[in-house]
Write a protein that binds this ligand. Structure first.
Ligand code: DON
Length: 317
């Protein structure tokens, strides 16, 4: 039997249409128990598999939400697009684009494979994201993580905390990322010491967000870098358009082709169970449900995005 958590679980005719849609999605996909909580980082395995929250932010700053939309979870790979945008603005596009490619890799997110130039395929796989963290470390030194936390917070419109237990767990089990970082250093892609760069990367992955935060962060990208709730210009339109481009081609890892074919909305997932989707000039969506499929994408989150795209005819193409 399904536990009743909040009255807004139930779609009703009295609700505004978007709220009714989210509530119906929540009720429809709640029974889906497919997939498994990530446990390759032991601390992630402690997530409650039942949690399911959805939020949608429109560009006039209205935020709709249903279910566990205010339950914090770690941002993980959903940090990657925002740190890429920050790197473009902080270092200039030349420096960033010189060392990170923009081609889909077709590989899993943690692949050690680099492109023919020995550079990361794109900023959405670990190699590219570690490179971005290294660039911020180069620009900001010991303040690098705080600069990232601050930027993520401006996208979300509030100050964000870090889950120290997840951070420690990432450090303890992060040998594959360490191997990738050493490889990047031998190719001169990162110049900073590996441990300094990974301390930034692991900590950025452990930043705590909610589905509601993700919706606002995605809406900020959809709104050319202006947070629709706070009105702040967080990054430049150049950084936004390039970030949405790589989310379109590589945001869902080795599922990216299928995703853009079926859903047609730029998106990014994280192994914490979040998905954020950003439709330019329209809306931002955030979902949280920690059961993942074999690609590392949230099973219910994918269903929500498919339903949103189909119901409102939002496929970009
Ligand atoms: O690099 C890692 O292992 C994680 N901390 C981030 C990975 C992640 O979220 C990949 N996503 N689906």
């Amino acid at each position: 039997p399904r536990p009743i958590r909040h009255p807004q679980h139930w779609a009703s005719a009295a609700m505004p249409p978007l709220q009714r849609f989210l509530s119906a999605c929540h009720a429809d996909f709640w029974p889906d128990h497919d997939g498994a909580v990530a446990n390759y980082i032991p601390e992630l395995g402690k997530a409650d598999p039942a949690h399911f929250g959805i939020s949608l932010a429109t560009l006039d700053g209205h935020v709709y939400e249903v279910g566990d939309s205010r339950v914090p979870f770690t941002i993980q790979s959903m940090s990657k697009p925002f740190v890429f945008a920050l790197a473009l603005d902080a270092l200039g596009s030349d420096q960033v684009e010189r060392v990170i490619g923009v081609e889909p890799s077709g590989d899993p997110f943690n692949s050690i494979r680099l492109n023919a130039e020995n550079h990361p395929f794109n900023p959405m796989v670990n190699a590219g994201a570690i490179t971005c963290s290294g660039l911020i470390r180069k620009a900001r030194g010991a303040d690098a993580f705080e600069a990232i936390r601050d930027a993520l917070g401006r996208f979300a419109g509030r100050k964000l905390d870090v889950d120290d237990a997840v951070f420690a767990s990432e450090v303890a089990t992060g040998d594959r990322n360490r191997a990738i970082a050493y490889l990047l250093r031998t190719s001169d892609v990162i110049k900073e010491p590996v441990d300094d760069v990974l301390a930034v990367y692991f900590r950025q992955c452990a930043v705590l967000v909610t589905a509601r935060d993700c919706a606002i962060m995605a809406a900020t990208l959809a709104n050319r870098g202006v947070n629709p709730v706070t009105g702040e210009q967080v990054v430049t339109p150049y950084a936004v358009s390039r970030t949405l481009s790589v989310m379109t081609s590589s945001g869902m890892y080795d599922f990216a082709g299928e995703w853009i074919y079926r859903v047609g909305i730029p998106a990014k997932s994280g192994v914490g169970g979040g998905i954020l989707a950003s439709l330019p000039a329209r809306l931002g969506l955030g979902s949280y449900s920690p059961r993942l499929d074999g690609h590392g994408n949230s099973v219910r989150g994918i269903k929500v995005c498919e339903a949103l795209s189909a119901h409102y005819g939002l496929h970009m193409l």
